[in-house]
Design a protein around this ligand. Structure first.
Ligand code: PLP
Length: 481
């Protein structure tokens, strides 16, 4: 079915109106638009101003009351809580505010840009076509079809094909994360793995902790599952701040933690081994499952393959998620999950979701891995992406304003660019798009407005020939300064 850009407009948001109002009010309180001690608009006034029923506004105010943002004074009205100490405020800001996840429409626009061939796809998340073994995979798939080796009249089972699960066990072993074939469930991509992982560990309305900035696909999943999120900042280049995560776990009923451990999207950071171990210990101490996304881990720039949090998991609380989308073929939609103690729930959920992942494509990937060409292919891709990241970084330094800050990725295909705080990269997105360039604005990577002056650029498409595109972006940015 053809989907057009207006779909979202026609579809009602899944987030209830009262929660949308709660989120907006929390934003206003966070930004000091409504200050401590200040009176909120009356229920009638708010209902007329927002076009909501009295009951909806009442429900929103009650939610704000129960979350401790406002107080009700009899005969007088509702007031923003006052008398917060500087310390309380500081903690509040550092921990961010738990809130229902509602992603901006921007995310959908940027995703649609990826398949628009008229645009320079700097905002996309896909790898470079020339660095994928697509011909080889096509030959394997054709051979499998012609030889009728894969029965096309049955669906396959929810756990996945035996051949692929054995290859995945070898692959995991080489990533220093031993797993038996039996412990691995095949999925239709890493997004599906993450979706299943949250579905089996959380219920609608539950609170989860995510790193910030966070891969926007995860935020979309939280939105669809009706989950609330608390954002935990990352330490520069070293991944999620464990101390702040610990405070969050102590103060909130967190039901799951999400971490993109290696070659993080969007920062390119790799969590150091010691911190991976600490994270596994923390999940044990607080008995909270941790969902680890390692889908870009094979694109490291260092000497050895970074390890995983899963490798330190003693109690089966880590749900490890990955796929071959960044390194073999995004369109094959083959991923996997190693769900630890949630194995039975994951199999049941996968079965209910879509019975199985395409057996033909599973067998194709299994045959490719059996061939032994994977590591050679990966070496080529890693070197090429490393060069592209360096070249694109130099190009940005040449063409963007001087106060631009660029990330130093330890792997992957993305650069995270921080511009002057005066610049709103959503405006930049629209202006750049009018000139045929797509970028990913920072707002997509958070449920707050934290990264409004940031953008993510995909280096997979970088060649020195497109330097003019960066001159164009640079001059657009200067226009706002
Ligand atoms: C960090 C991260 N996780 C998951 C995904 C989704 O992977 P898949 O295409 O296998 O569903 C992506 C895709 O961009 C990603 O960057």
């Amino acid at each position: 079915m053809n989907r057009n850009t207006n779909d979202k407009k026609d579809q009602p948001s899944r987030v209830p109106f009262y929660i949308q109002l709660v989120n907006d009010m929390i934003d206003n309180i966070d930004k000091n638009i409504y200050k401590p001690g200040e009176k909120l608009p009356s229920i009638r006034h708010m209902s007329e101003a927002r076009g909501l029923s009295i009951m909806t506004v009442l429900k929103a105010y009650q939610e704000l009351l129960s979350r401790g943002y406002i107080v009700s004074r009899p005969q007088s009205g509702y007031y923003v809580i006052g008398n917060q100490t500087a310390d309380d405020l500081q903690k509040h800001i550092r921990l961010s505010t738990p809130r229902h996840v509602e992603m901006p429409d921007m995310t959908r626009l940027v995703l649609l840009d990826s398949s628009n061939e008229a645009l320079v796809p700097l905002g996309s998340g896909v790898p470079s076509e020339s660095l994928l073994p697509l011909n080889r995979l096509t030959r394997i798939t054709t051979r499998l079809l012609q030889s009728h080796q894969v029965p096309l009249h049955i669906t396959g089972n929810a756990e996945g094909c035996a051949n692929l699960r054995i290859q995945l066990a070898k692959h995991m072993f080489l990533s220093n994360t031993p797993a038996k074939a039996d412990d691995i469930i095949v999925t239709s991509g890493c997004n599906e793995s993450i979706f299943i992982a949250f579905s089996v560990t959380c219920n609608p309305g539950d609170l989860v902790a995510v790193e910030s900035p966070c891969y926007f696909g995860t935020l979309q999943i939280l939105q669809e599952l009706g989950l609330r999120a608390i954002e935990i900042p990352v330490e520069k280049e070293n991944g999620i701040d464990v101390e702040i995560l610990k405070t969050a776990l102590e103060q909130n009923p967190i039901k799951a933690i999400f971490v993109n451990s290696n070659c993080n999207n969007p920062l390119g950071s790799i969590i150091p081994e010691a911190k991976k171990k600490m994270l596994a210990e923390l999940t044990e101490k607080y008995n909270v499952p941790l969902i680890e996304d390692d889908s870009i881990g094979d694109l490291y720039f260092g000497r050895i393959r970074p390890g995983t949090i899963k490798s330190y998991d003693k109690k089966g609380l880590v749900l490890y998620c990955s796929s071959f989308s960044k390194v073999l073929a995004p369109a094959y939609r083959v991923g996997w999950i190693v769900p630890g103690k949630y194995k039975n729930q994951v199999i049941q959920f996968k079965h209910a979701l879509n019975l199985s992942t395409s057996p033909l494509l599973q067998e194709s990937i299994a045959a490719y891995l059996e061939d032994g060409a994977f590591e050679r292919q990966m070496r080529k891709a890693r070197q090429a992406y490393f060069q592209k990241i360096l070249q694109m970084g130099d190009c940005i330094r040449d063409t963007f304003p001087e106060d631009t800050v660029i990330s130093s990725p330890k792997g992957g295909i993305f650069l995270w660019v921080t511009l002057s705080p005066k610049i709103d990269t959503v405006l930049l997105y629209h202006d750049a798009r009018a000139k045929g360039i797509s970028i990913a604005p920072g707002r997509m990577f958070s449920i707050h407005d934290t990264y409004s002056n940031c953008l993510r650029l995909n280096a997979a498409f970088y060649t020195p020939e497109i330097k003019t595109v960066f001159y164009m972006l640079g001059s657009l940015i200067r226009k706002y300064e």
